[in-house]
Design a protein around this ligand. Structure first.
Ligand SMILES: Nc1ncnc2c1ncn2[C@@H]1O[C@H](COP(=O)(O)OP(=O)(O)OP(=O)(O)O)[C@@H](O)[C@H]1O
Ligand SMILES: Nc1nc2c(ncn2[C@@H]2O[C@H](COP(=O)(O)O)[C@@H](O)[C@H]2O)c(=O)[nH]1
Length: 219
């Protein structure tokens, strides 16, 4: 699915799809914002959703807020790379911006659930790097959902009751990060991305680079 861009060392590399999943409230959005701020060459995939906008959310930045008929039209028109129903709402990844970013040599960050991750993996296994974020405890998870102060008590109850099911997919992920402390969890997620960017199989320019080094040594 991806073509090439250049790494910071100038060697051509295939872009990667960096996926964060977790039970609701474990910290994906927080970690995603930090990654986008601090990791050059990484672009956030903005999902489409039919869920109502939360206070402080901005259409086009946090999500593309669409109604159900528009979402259905996106599915029918093959405009979504993956989609799923989560907490009675529909969520999906618009295909165009992801393909454009990967073609321009950028990596793309996804905050999506396990269903979406499975679909991306089926489409482009070699290009997907997936990280599952766990909360330190159930009590912390509940506290975080309340402290975010953006969902009703009923919505929070629903999210807590789904958390165990969400977590049952942890073993399908490449990496697991326990989010005790934001700075520590961010450092871990950042290390994963940095290491994955250096993977030999992704660095399609290495053959030419090494040949050129060998040429210099022989010449
Ligand atoms: N390590 C942490 N310690 C304390 N609070 C945290 C930590 N990480 C995130 N939070 C807080 O927990 C709340 C939920 O975090 P966040 O919105 O990032 O979760 P999420 O996984 O993206 O949830 P959702 O799936 O519902 O979008 C936020 O108020 C955030 O500031
Ligand atoms: N499969 C997909 N899941 C998505 C997408 N965008 C978000 N999500 C997941 O939905 C839940 C709830 O999110 P919230 O913002 O309403 O709290 C969370 O697990 C997200 O990761 C998507 O495009 N596809």
């Amino acid at each position: 699915m991806t073509t090439g861009g250049h790494g910071t060392d100038g060697v051509e590399r295939r872009g990667l799809m960096f996926v964060l999943s977790s039970p609701s409230g474990a910290g994906k959005t927080t970690l995603s914002r930090l990654l986008i701020e601090r990791m050059p060459g990484l672009k956030m995939s903005v999902s489409a959703t039919t869920r109502p906008m939360r206070p402080g959310e901005v259409d086009g930045r946090d999500y593309l807020f669409v109604d159900k008929p528009r979402f259905e039209a996106m599915v029918k028109g093959d405009e979504l790379l993956e989609w799923a129903t989560v907490f009675d709402n529909r969520y999906g990844t618009p295909r165009g911006p992801v393909e454009a970013a990967l073609s321009a040599g950028q990596d793309v960050l996804f905050d999506i659930d396990w269903q979406g991750t499975q679909q991306l993996r089926e489409k482009a296994r070699a290009d997907v790097v997936s990280v599952f974020i766990l909360p330190p405890s159930a009590a912390d998870l509940e506290k975080r959902l309340h402290s975010r102060a953006q969902d009703s008590d009923e919505v929070i109850r629903k999210r807590m009751s789904r958390a165990s099911h969400e977590m049952s997919h942890w073993a399908e992920y490449d990496y697991i990060v326990i989010n005790h402390d934001v700075d520590q969890a961010f450092a871990e997620v950042q290390s994963i991305l940095k290491a994955e960017r250096l993977k030999r199989e992704r660095r399609i320019g290495l053959v030419g680079f090494v040949r050129s080094l060998q040429g210099q040594l022989q010449g």
